[in-house]
Ligand binder design. Structure first.
Ligand code: CU
Length: 112
């Protein structure tokens, strides 16, 4: 019983501090890079929500060794087998396109 109360108190504390730090919870979208490109190449989120894109490149047989968000002016290298978190902030309704540095492999986030 004592342990249960301790656990509850700890989770309550963790829960409330998470809320204090981030009133709106960020949505994390997971994308992998394979020899077919970004997977999934089409993602969907709600508007006005903080979005974090977590990209893990799992193949060397791809030219998508980096990712570019032209409109957001974001460019990140994608090391092999390492998740790269990209904070896109809050997105307005519409589409957000991303691609590799050479614009050959691409994907889209539908904000609706
Ligand atoms: Cu490329």
């Amino acid at each position: 019983m004592k342990l249960l109360i301790m656990t509850l108190a700890t989770s309550l504390f963790v829960f409330s501090s998470v809320f204090a730090a981030a009133p709106t919870k960020a949505t994390t979208l997971n994308v992998i890079v394979t020899d077919k490109g970004f997977e999934p190449a089409s993602l969907k989120v709600s508007p006005n929500q903080e979005v974090i894109l977590s990209v893990t490149r799992k193949s060397d047989a791809t030219c998508a060794k980096d990712i570019v968000f032209h409109e957001q002016k974001i460019k990140k290298d994608l090391p092999l087998n390492k998740a790269v978190a990209i904070n896109l902030g809050k997105l307005a309704k519409g589409v957000v396109n991303f691609s590799c540095g050479m614009d050959m492999v691409s994907g889209v986030i539908n904000v609706q």
